[in-house]
Design a protein around this ligand. Structure first.
Ligand code: SF4
Ligand code: SF4
Length: 484
């Protein structure tokens, strides 16, 4: 009988730099990055054509069986004829079964208010769209309700509690979000008090707020319940005030800084903030914003580009700005991250075959966001609803929209992404960015996608090279970059 032949996976990708003697090699669908030297690469190349282990053993000075086994386990070397996409699809089926059993949800978001006291030009909630005949997002539909009532919030929390108890979970996560949740503070306050009385579950709370409406009394309550505050400051005065503005067009830098001070004063300082960079503040933003964070002993800065409106800035320029900021922040012990590092973070923290991974928790089917009137989405900014709280169990139906979104967003599924060198790591990008592009008034949506993909590929490569040059031997840990 003919001996089993093995071959190099067609889905391996190598990242190298002339400044480093080692290279990073990974499987574009399954991940499993390894730092490898030229000798290792030469060894892998022995499998460029189908070959038996016995034949390779004869060529090698030492017994290579252990190393071959290791490469087989991480799918760098596979049996001849092995169908890598089919294998991934089978893994996906298991994830979908877990979803149908309602086991995957580990966090919920409550869209506390669809209204906002500011009018930041880049805000996703106020983007004009043509929609190409599609149903407009909830916040753009003509609805009279702008706030979530306590009755709806309670119904959503109760349903979450039922779900957690059913699966023996004792740690819950509730996020208060959407446009500006502090506009509807009474509902948040009631939710916090209500959850405090649930003895068998401990909750972690978080809120996205622009801080402007936060009083000392509100701050004290957020502190009492250890609500993690995610807020934004889009640069120092000029850069921030170019985009983060009131309804009258006034800059908000000083108002936001006052709230930073208030939180510090009550002993609940922020550990960081998010920066958004658009075409209006791209030239104005500089590392002085990081100096502000350093001075305040902050440890975590999220940074994201408005990818859709920055196409005129070459990808290389966008990436080098990011890397410069990251190096500066890391030098002072600040974690610097954003949606852009999701593929690299996936690459370095996940074994794609043993975990349910995707671009983010939302497209992984881990989170549910309840709209103000109880309809359900996968994250705070998507416009696609998957069901309603009044018919909660139905969202987990096999043919339902939730399962379909996760199924369609599973890495290795999208034809457009097939063969991309970060196919498994990226899994088709942020769902919301894709939605915004698909309904934007754009010259060419294809150009937008191509630009975003170039950006993601290039930034992932830059991060991998940075990693190689740091001579690290362990990969970075897992972190959720998107709090939405
Ligand atoms: S969305 Fe673009 S960058 Fe991401 S996997 Fe698909 S083709 Fe690659
Ligand atoms: S905004 Fe994008 S990255 Fe963030 S949770 Fe939603 S889909 Fe995921």
């Amino acid at each position: 009988m003919e001996k089993q032949k093995y071959q190099l996976s067609p889905n391996l990708h190598i990242i190298s730099s002339h400044k480093s003697k080692t290279k990073m090699i990974y499987h574009t669908l399954y991940g499993n990055p390894r730092i490898i030297n030229n000798e290792g690469l030469r060894f892998l190349n022995l499998f460029r054509k189908p070959v038996t282990i016995e034949k390779v053993s004869k060529i090698c000075d030492e017994d290579p069986k252990d190393i071959i086994q290791e490469f087989i386990e991480i799918f760098f070397i596979t049996k001849l004829g092995f169908d890598e996409k089919k294998f991934l699809r089978e893994k996906r089926e298991q994830q979908l079964i877990q979803m149908q059993k309602q086991q995957t949800i580990d966090r919920i978001g409550l869209a506390i208010s669809d209204s906002c006291n500011l009018r930041c030009a880049h805000c996703i909630h106020f983007q004009p769209t043509t929609n190409f005949g599609k149903k407009p997002p909830t916040h753009q539909q003509t609805i009279s309700q702008i706030n979530m009532t306590w009755k709806t919030a309670k119904q959503c929390i109760d349903q979450y509690i039922v779900l957690m108890r059913k699966h023996g979970k004792t740690d819950g996560k509730i996020h208060f979000g959407n446009a500006e949740p502090l506009i509807n503070w009474p509902t948040i306050k009631q939710a916090l008090k209500y959850c405090e009385k649930i003895n068998d579950i401990s909750f972690e709370f978080s809120i996205n707020t622009n801080l402007i409406l936060m009083t000392k009394q509100i701050a004290e309550i957020l502190k009492k319940y250890q609500v993690r505050i995610a807020t934004s400051l889009d640069g120092t005065k000029m850069a921030n005030d170019a985009i983060r503005i009131t309804k009258n067009g006034r800059g908000t830098f000083s108002d936001i800084i006052k709230k930073f001070d208030l939180l510090e004063k009550i002993g609940y300082p922020l550990d960081g903030f998010s920066i958004t960079v658009t075409k209006e503040n791209f030239e104005l933003i500089n590392t002085d914003i990081l100096d502000l964070a350093i001075k305040r002993k902050m440890t975590s800065i999220a940074f994201d580009y408005d990818l859709i409106n920055l196409m005129h800035v070459p990808v290389e320029q966008r990436v080098s700005k990011l890397i410069k900021f990251k190096e500066y922040a890391n030098k002072y012990g600040i974690d610097f991250f954003g949606t852009w590092d999701s593929p690299f973070r996936n690459l370095t923290s996940e074994n794609f075959l043993s975990t349910n991974y995707a671009f983010c928790a939302a497209v992984q089917g881990k989170s549910l966001e309840f709209n103000i009137e109880g309809s359900i989405k996968i994250c705070g900014h998507t416009t696609t609803t998957v069901g309603h709280i009044n018919n909660f169990n139905k969202i987990f139906d096999k043919g339902g929209d939730l399962i379909q979104i996760v199924k369609n967003r599973f890495p290795g599924t999208n034809e457009y992404c097939s063969g991309c060198k970060i196919e498994g790591l990226c899994g088709g990008q942020c769902h919301v960015t894709r939605e915004v592009v698909s309904r934007s008034v754009v010259r060419s949506q294809e150009d937008f996608f191509a630009d975003m993909c170039n950006f993601y590929r290039r930034v992932t490569e830059a991060l991998a090279i940075k990693y190689l040059l740091s001579n690290k031997t362990t990969m970075v840990g897992n972190r959720q970059s998107c709090a939405l």
